[in-house]
Design a protein around this ligand. Sequence first.
Ligand code: HEC
Length: 136
Amino acid sequence: MKNSKSFLAVAAVMIAGLTLLSFTVNAQPKPWTVPAEYKTMKNPVAKGDASNKAGMALYTKNCASCHGKTGLGDGVKARMLKDFPGDFSAAGYQNQTDGDQFYKTKFGKGEMPKYEGKLADEDIWNIVNYMRTFKK
Ligand code: HEC
C-alpha cells in the first residue's frame, strides 16, 4: 500500500515535469508560411516621400505599441508579449520581399494581429514601404 502511494507521487511529479517541459518547447512561435503568390506579389504603391509619410502615420498609430517607434521590437506593449515581435532594422527582416511583409501584416499569426478588414491593402503597402526606412 505504502509503495503504490509513493509510486503515484513519483508519477505525478513526472507528469507535472513533462507538462512544464512541453510548455517550454511550445514557447517557440511557429514559423511563418507565406504562400508563393504573396511572396512574389508586386508592390502597387510607389516608394517615396508621399508613401513614407502615409505609412509613418499608420505605423505609429497601429504598430509602434508593440514593434517600437523605429521597429526594434521595443514598443511599450512588447514586454507583455510572449513572443519577440522582431527587429525590423535587421537583415532577417529587410531581406524579405515586400509581399512577405504585406502577407504577414494582413493575416497575422499568434500574437501578431491580422489587419485584414482593419486596414485597406493600399495602407498596408504604405506601411511596408515605411518599414523599409528602418533598415540599419
Ligand atoms: C499586439 C502587438 C502587435 C501589434 C499591435 C503589431 N504587431 Fe506585428 N508582430 C507582433 C508579434 C508578437 C510578431 C511575431 C509573431 C510570430 O513570429 O509569431 C509580429 C510580427 C510581425 C511581422 C513579421 C516580422 C518578421 O520578422 O517576419 C510583421 C511584418 C509585422 N508584425 C508587421 C506589423 C505591422 C505592419 C503592424 C501594424 C499595422 C503590426 N505588426 C502590429 C506583434 C504585434
